[in-house]
Design a protein around this ligand. Structure first.
Ligand code: C5P
Length: 301
C-alpha cells in the first residue's frame, strides 16, 4: 500500500468576537477564519499500531504521545469505524506551534483525511467534519478552508464570499501561548456579551477584494489578553504598523501577529522592516484564502 499524503492549512482570524463563558466551559464565538497557504504536510503509512513523528518548525515543542491531536484523531476514526488497522503518521510542521494559527488542528484534520483514505473507511467529508468538531473547536475549519464565518465554539461554519487574494506577513514568537490561559484571562478582565456578533461591514469588505477596506475592520477580542500575558506583542504590533502594514492583529489566541499588506511586493517590504525591528523570532510571508485539508497525489511535494 502506498503512503497517503495530505496537506492542511493554518488560519488567521480576521475578526474574533468572544461571548462570556457558557456552562459547557467554552466561550461562544463569532469569528471569520481565513485559511492561509502556510500549512502542514502529513504522510500516513500502513502499520500494525498507531504512532507518529513530527519534524519541521517547532516540532520539538509538541508532544508526540497520546496527547497529540494526531493520535487522538486516528483513534477517534478507529473507534467510529471499528477498524483495527494502524498507521504511522509523519507530520512535517510549518505552522508555528501554540501560535494561534491552529497548527495542531490542521494536523488533526489532515490525519482524519489521511487515515480515512489509508484504511478505506469511506466516511464522507460531512462525517469527518462531525468527528473534527469532537477533537477541537478549530479542527472543522482546517477541513473546510477558504474563508468562513464560525459561530458556536467556532465550529459552526458558513462560507464567506470573498474576492481576490490577501497577502499577510506573520511575525512569530519563540514560545507559544496556551488558548485556555488566554480565555481564562479574558474572563477576569473583559465584560463579554452573551451573544457575540460580527460587523457586517467586514463581510462587505471581503466581497470587495480590497485589502485596504478590510484592514480597519480586523479585530480580535483575545488580543488585549494576549498582550497582558505577553507584553512584547505590543511592540510587534507597533513594528507592523510602522512597517506600513494596512492593519495588524494577534491571530486567534496568539502570539503570532498577522499584518495585512497591499500585495506580495508590499508584503516583502513589510516583512523586511518587521524583521529588522527584532521583535520576533521569525518573519514569514503567506497569503489566503487557501483550500481546506486535501489529499495530495502520492509522490508530490
Ligand atoms: O477546542 P479547543 O481544544 O481548541 O480549545 C482549547 C480550550 O480553549 C478549551 O478547552 C477552552 O478552555 C478554550 N476555548 C473556549 N472557547 C472556545 C474555544 C476554546 O473557552 N470557543
Amino acid at each position: 500500500m502506498t503512503p497517503v499524503r495530505v496537506w492542511a492549512p493554518g488560519k488567521i482570524n480576521l475578526v474574533l468576537r468572544s461571548g462570556a463563558l457558557d456552562d459547557t466551559g467554552y466561550h461562544p464565538l463569532a469569528t471569520v477564519f481565513q485559511a492561509v497557504n502556510l500549512g502542514e504536510l502529513i504522510t500516513a503509512t500502513p502499520a500494525t499500531e498507531l504512532s507518529m513523528t513530527a519534524t519541521g518548525r517547532d516540532a520539538h515543542r509538541i508532544p508526540q504521545d497520546d496527547s497529540n491531536l494526531v493520535l487522538q484523531a486516528a483513534r477517534l476514526l478507529q473507534r467510529e469505524t471499528g477498524t483495527t488497522a494502524g498507521a504511522h503518521v509523519a507530520v512535517r510542521k510549518r505552522i508555528p506551534a501554540g501560535g494561534g494559527m491552529a497548527g495542531g488542528s490542521a494536523d488533526a484534520a489532515a490525519t482524519l483525511i489521511a487515515c480515512n483514505q489509508l484504511w478505506d473507511t469511506g466516511l464522507t467529508r460531512a462525517e469527518l467534519t462531525a468527528l473534527a468538531a469532537q477533537l477541537g473547536a478549530d479542527v472543522p475549519f482546517a477541513l473546510h478552508g477558504r474563508t468562513a464565518v464560525g459561530l458556536g465554539r467556532g465550529d459552526d461554519l458558513t462560507p464567506a464570499l470573498t474576492r481576490g487574494t490577501y497577502h499577510w506577513v506573520l511575525a512569530l514568537q519563540p514560545t507559544g501561548l496556551a488558548t485556555p490561559d488566554i480565555f481564562a484571562h479574558l474572563d477576569t478582565t473583559a465584560d463579554l456579551p452573551t451573544t457575540p456578533e460580527i460587523d457586517p461591514e467586514l463581510l462587505r469588505a471581503l466581497g470587495s477584494g480590497d485589502p485596504s477596506q478590510l484592514a480597519p475592520l480586523l479585530a480580535n477580542d483575545l488580543q488585549p489578553a494576549a498582550i497582558d500575558l505577553r507584553p512584547e506583542l505590543a511592540d510587534v504590533l507597533q513594528a507592523a504598523h510602522r512597517a506600513g502594514a494596512l492593519g495588524a492583529l494577534v491571530s486567534g489566541s496568539g502570539p503570532t501577529v498577522a499584518a495585512l499588506c497591499i500585495d506580495e511586493l508590499h508584503a516583502h517590504s513589510v516583512a523586511a522592516v518587521i524583521a529588522a525591528a527584532e521583535v520576533s523570532s521569525e518573519v514569514l510571508i503567506t497569503s489566503g484564502p487557501a483550500p481546506g485539508a486535501r489529499l495530495l497525489e502520492s509522490g508530490v511535494g
